[in-house]
Design a protein around this ligand. Structure first.
Ligand code: UDP
Ligand code: MG
Length: 322
């Protein structure tokens, strides 16, 4: 029986390049031995992306779209997309062709060799600013030091997961998921294929610094308690420093300079605020989780068969089936 591969593509304001992406992918999948379904998850685009994709949904049986009611973020779009897949294996890739489709057959080959997860490892990144490359490299290395999971370096969300893994992914209900961390956490047999990450075909990055910071913080706060433990150290340091200083002052009888006091005070205040900030990051996650809101709201789906369309989201206003 022919295997089915589901490709999940999160989309946010990609009108400039989405048609090229679809054309390229359609051309690519038509030459593959497997059957492919392409699932676009529109993450609340404000441009013509949805219109363009829907025109293609009408033309191609294998193209589907899940439309969010607003922008919920890249990681949530991936999470939602996984729920709509029906393939034997699922490939997650960006909609700007930075992840080249030619890598997919190499991932499938590894899957056939018995691996459950095959992630793309970026051996080279084109068209990205030195700042982005540097901060990304720093993040992955810091993450490795802090986290309780051993996430491979320099991987994004471009990866293949088999059905077994995708089913397990659906048991995770984190409000602010860090997908690449979750996949590592799940375990199973994992391997990588190296690839050359191209420049995006059109448009600008949809990951401004603010979203990058959120992603990094979600990654760290969901997979490491170390910063929280560090807070203890922060509170211990000024206390110990203060004590030693006090002993020193008593011993030398030198209770003078108000400035010293002020410096010490500021130093301690800094640490307190830093600690509060760290607490806040974790508390925020707990609050989000406790609120227990749905992680996304689908306003419409097109192109799915009855089975996939029966995935109900309470807030789904309308589901169009073919
Ligand atoms: N994206 C999304 N929601 C967002 C931001 C980005 O679905 O809020 C999508 C975007 O359309 C693209 C992928 O996520 O398909 C990766 O984003 P982008 O290419 O902008 O990130 P970069 O490659 O610059 O890190
Ligand atoms: Mg990109």
């Amino acid at each position: 029986m022919t295997e089915t591969i589901s490709v999940v593509l999160p989309v946010f304001n990609e009108e400039a390049g989405i048609k090229t992406t679809i054309d390229t992918l359609e051309k690519f999948v038509s030459k593959q031995p497997e059957h492919y379904e392409l699932i676009f998850v529109d993450d609340g685009s404000k441009d013509r992306s949805v219109e363009i994709i829907n025109a293609e949904v009408k033309l191609h049986d294998n193209i589907k779209i899940v439309e969010f009611s607003r922008n919920f973020g890249h990681q949530i779009a991936i999470t939602a997309g996984l729920q709509y897949t029906s393939g034997d294996a699922v490939v997650v890739m960006d909609a700007d062709l930075q992840d080249p489709p030619e890598v997919i057959p190499r991932m499938i080959e590894k899957w056939h060799q018995g691996y459950d997860i095959v992630y793309g490892k970026r051996e080279k990144r084109d068209g990205e600013t030195i700042f982005k490359k540097f901060t990304a490299a720093m993040f992955y290395r810091t993450f490795q030091k802090l986290a309780t999971i051993n996430m491979p370096l320099d991987t994004g969300d471009f990866r293949l997961m088999n059905r077994k893994v995708v089913n397990q992914m659906q048991r995770l209900h984190e409000h602010d998921p860090f997908v690449r961390g979750q996949v590592t956490w799940i375990g199973f047999k994992q391997t990588s294929v190296e690839y050359h990450r191209h420049e995006r075909i059109a448009g600008e990055t949809k990951y401004p610094l603010s979203k990058m910071i959120k992603l990094s913080l979600d990654g760290i706060t969901s997979f490491s308690m170390k910063p929280l433990q560090l807070v203890n150290l922060f509170s211990g340091l000024p206390l110990l420093g203060g004590l030693i200083y006090l002993i020193y002052l008593i011993a030398t009888g030198g209770f003078t300079a108000m400035t010293t006091g002020i410096t010490l005070l500021l130093f301690s205040l800094g640490l307190i605020f830093l600690s509060l900030g760290i607490f806040g990051s974790y508390l925020g996650r707990v609050l989000d989780q406790v609120n227990n809101r749905p992680r996304f709201i689908v306003r419409n789906t097109v192109g799915f068969d009855e089975r996939a369309s029966s995935i109900h989201h309470l807030e789904t206003r309308q589901q169009v089936t073919r």
